[in-house]
Ligand binder design. Structure first.
Ligand code: BES
Ligand code: MN
Ligand code: ZN
Length: 478
């Protein structure tokens, strides 16, 4: 999606004027009878007026009054972008100008973001997509409160979410671990971050036992991607490390999932890894002055003649031993090795994102991610604030040490599953065992994939994680 800023007063083509609810400020619509029509529509309980000028449409949309909290106004603006998008497509609009007619510039950005994210489509596998392709391909912004730079950065962020969604939507028939690494390398080339990919031999040499155990049932090799963004003007002396789960398909392994409603969307089990790659893309494109390292361990999880079995004891990368009691708790096995590997960077903070537990999904559904960690209160509050600002919300769960009891094994240092209760937390506590730095765990099992359309977040991969991480890193960079 092309998004740019315009300074032209006399805007040609289709327009959307954003106004504050209850205010009669339609400077951009000059015709008195049109003004009367708009005032009448928006004066009642309607929030949108459409004027069809045959060769273009003009829309006036009212947004919230100032008395509503900013994060809610921004989310409502994104949802308004979603609603207006359908009208534009219905009228075959290809290019539109969003005009700030008296709202906050941040609402103008959020509206455009919502509209642009709604326009996303994954049509790669249709032999004839022509009748489906959305007409819209260009949005201009007319808003004196915004610079060219603001708008360019929005365009890059939207592109980062698109790329993340593409990765999540790609099936295993294309997106093996090797291909995921190749896609990350490509995103690095386009945006400017560097990527190193460890192959199976290197992973064996390093003795990443967790990643290798999960990979045993696969005919495809695992990969371990290392992303680096280290600008000269970085504000931090120690890197911020992002870790993402890269299970390109989760059958459950020998602890096999049932297919219906359980296995059938598990191509999305690399949503954390995809979000890390997307966040790097946005950060590098927008040249944020923060030193970052990204780690994405990747493999599929399958049952096969040589698959790891319940009862196996695995020696992990850091030397600890894990008794595997469920091969479907595979995410923590591969992530544990990445978390131990991260110790060498002496990170200021590590944020790990993963579609880790059904328990997180059961607890809060698709409306947010489950977060926990041992980072400082200030850092936790910052990440939650970024979650509110972007509406990629974090519901913080407790991270009490009592939950570690559930992970005690008779024959190994720990086992890979806890008991019946608090499954999202015991998974987080398992991972914490492999850290020695401030750590935040974000379980995105709920919001990463939408089986049904969910406003501007779409159907299929939502790209969740990219916007919260980007916003958090943007705040950290000044
Ligand atoms: N990838 C799944 C978690 C998941 C479930 C993601 C639903 C998205 C939607 C994960 O690998 C898994 O299978 N977790 C198990 C852990 C259990 C065996 C301890 C789960 O949550 O059932
Ligand atoms: Mn699993
Ligand atoms: Zn999984």
């Amino acid at each position: 999606m092309k998004i740019s800023k315009t300074r032209k007063k006399d805007i040609k083509g289709s327009r959307i004027v954003l106004v504050k609810k209850g205010e009669k400020h339609f400077g951009f619509i000059t015709d008195p009878s049109e003004q009367a029509y708009i005032n009448e529509r928006l004066g009642g309980d309607k929030n949108t007026a459409l004027l069809n000028h045959l060769d273009h449409v003009d829309l006036v949309r009212s947004l919230d009054k100032e008395d509503i909290p900013l994060s809610i106004r921004l989310e409502n603006a994104r949802k308004a972008g979603f609603e207006i998008h359908a009208m534009l497509i219905d009228h075959d609009v290809a290019s539109v100008t969003v005009i700030n007619g008296g709202v906050d510039p941040e609402e103008c950005v959020a509206f455009t973001e919502g509209m642009a994210l709604t326009n996303y489509q994954f049509l790669k596998y249709l032999t004839d997509p022509r009748s489906k392709i959305h007409s819209l391909n260009e949005i201009s912004l007319y808003d004196e409160g915004l610079t060219d730079d603001h708008v360019k950065k929005l365009e890059n962020l939207v592109q980062a979410v698109y790329l993340t969604r593409d990765l999540v939507n790609e099936p295993l028939s294309y997106l093996t671990a090797t291909q995921l690494s190749a896609e990350i390398e490509n995103m690095g080339k386009v945006s400017g971050f560097s990527v190193e990919v460890f192959n199976k031999l290197k992973i064996e040499t390093l003795k990443m036992g967790g990643l290798l155990a999960v990979n045993k049932g696969s005919i495809d090799p695992p990969t371990f991607s290392i992303l680096t963004w280290k600008p000269e003007n970085a504000v931090n002396d120690h890197p911020i490390v992002l870790v993402g789960k890269g299970i390109v398909y989760d059958t459950g392994g020998l602890s096999l999932k049932s297919t219906h409603d359980s296995m059938d969307y598990m191509k999305s089990d690399m949503g954390g890894g995809a979000a890390v790659a997307g966040a790097f893309y946005a950060v590098a494109k927008n040249k944020l002055p923060v030193w970052m390292i990204g780690l994405v361990p990747a493999t599929d999880n399958r049952p096969d003649g040589n698959a790891y079995v319940p009862g196996d004891v695995i020696t992990m990368y850091d030397g600890s031993t894990v008794e595997v009691l469920n091969t479907d708790a595979e995410g923590r096995m591969i992530l544990a090795d990445a978390l131990s590997y991260a110790k060498q960077y002496d990170p200021e903070l590590l944020i790990e994102l993963s579609t880790l537990t059904g328990s997180a999904l059961m607890a809060i559904d698709k409306f947010g991610m489950v977060g926990m960690g041992n980072a400082s209160r200030e850092v936790m509050e910052n990440i939650k604030a970024s979650g509110e600002y972007t509406s990629e919300r974090v519901a913080e769960f407790p991270f009490w040490d009592e939950y570690k009891e559930q992970l005690k094994s008779d024959i190994a240092d720990l086992k890979n599953i806890g008991g019946k209760y608090a499954g999202a937390i015991t998974a987080g506590k398992f991972l914490e065992h492999f850290t020695d730095y401030p750590y935040i765990h974000l379980d995105i099992a709920g919001p990463s994939f939408n089986k049904a359309p969910f406003n501007y977040r779409g159907k299929g991969g939502s790209g969740v994680g990219v916007r919260i991480l980007y916003n958090f890193l943007l705040d950290r960079s000044h």
